[in-house]
Ligand binder design. Structure first.
Ligand code: 13P
Length: 285
């Protein structure tokens, strides 16, 4: 197996009524953990690199490593660029073999979001690369805004229908109550809104961002209502990579970095394997 497109794994997920996990990676061990978790569960998986990671590693290196890791672990993996606001980086990722990209123009006005997204679709689709885009705005811990202001940014179902027709995307990220990063209080997902969007565009896979800290029953309910991709970043970064490295370093007294690496791979794999079970994608590769 090796790299496959987002469109491929999400079409099967939509028909099979499960979700595929999208996991951010920042280091090689982090990526190996994602592959190991998917291999353990015989599940498709989406490895997501950020625009920041592109600036650190470059598109060529990232694509070559991800392709090799997918082959080495024998997993069906999508290599996805997460939240890209820079068209030049997006195009370089497509050129270098990413099988999916997310163009994020969600902070722009509707028509500008459409124009930017359509340009990304036009470029990516000629090379068979899938495109995810966002309508409404998910936001993150850096956004210091009130609940009312957040709700105003939720995805509007009628607008989602128009956006999908206007752009030709393969997956739609929706703003329905989740945020990026750790939650300060229990997240409140707007389930009726997920259903309303899904009813208008039943063939469009919906993407739930900000998966860290969302209770498991909420994942299951979201999937039941049309979500096909769920993103997890902060949990892997903070616990899988950072906290595990810190403890492993202290335990080993800084003697053997390979011990730290092994523990990080395992910790990330455990997180991923568990999430894949909750998302219902076990055995679907
Ligand atoms: P978290 O970091 O909150 O898990 O969100 C990840 C995400 O949505 C990446 O796009």
């Amino acid at each position: 197996m090796g790299l496959v497109t987002l469109e491929y794994v999400l079409r099967k997920a939509r028909l099979g009524k499960y979700a595929v996990g999208g996991f951010n990676f920042f280091t090689l061990e982090n990526l190996q953990g994602i592959a190991e978790g998917a291999a353990r569960q015989n599940s498709p998986v989406i490895a997501m690199a950020s625009t920041g990671a592109m600036k650190l590693f470059g598109e060529k290196t990232t694509a070559a490593i991800a392709r090799t890791v997918a082959e080495e672990y024998g997993v069906q993996m999508v290599l996805h660029l997460d939240h890209c606001t820079d068209m030049e980086i997006l195009k370089r990722c497509v050129d270098n073999g990413f099988t999916s990209v997310m163009i994020d123009a969600s902070s722009k006005e509707y028509q500008e979001n459409v124009d930017i997204t359509a340009e990304a679709v036009d470029y990516a689709s000629r090379y068979g690369c899938s495109v995810e885009a966002e309508l409404g705005h998910v936001g993150g811990k850096e956004d210091d805004i009130s609940v009312d202001e957040r709700t105003a940014m939720f995805t509007k179902p009628e607008e989602a229908l128009k956006f999908v027709k206007d752009t030709g995307i393969d997956a739609l990220a929706v703003a329905v109550g989740t945020v990026h990063g750790f939650y300060k209080s229990e997240p409140k997902l707007d389930f009726p809104r997920i259903s309303a969007i899904h009813e208008l565009i039943p063939e469009m896979p919906l993407v739930l961002h900000g998966g860290t800290g969302v209770p498991e029953p909420d994942f299951i309910e979201s999937i039941r209502r049309g979500v096909c991709k769920i993103n997890i970043g902060t949990e892997l970064k903070s616990i899988g990579v950072y906290e595990t490295s810190r403890l492993a370093y202290l335990e080993d007294n800084g003697q053997d970095p390979r011990k730290v690496s092994k523990k990080v791979v395992k910790a990330c794999a455990d997180i991923v394997a568990h999430k894949l079970e909750v998302f219902g994608s076990v055995g679907k590769a």
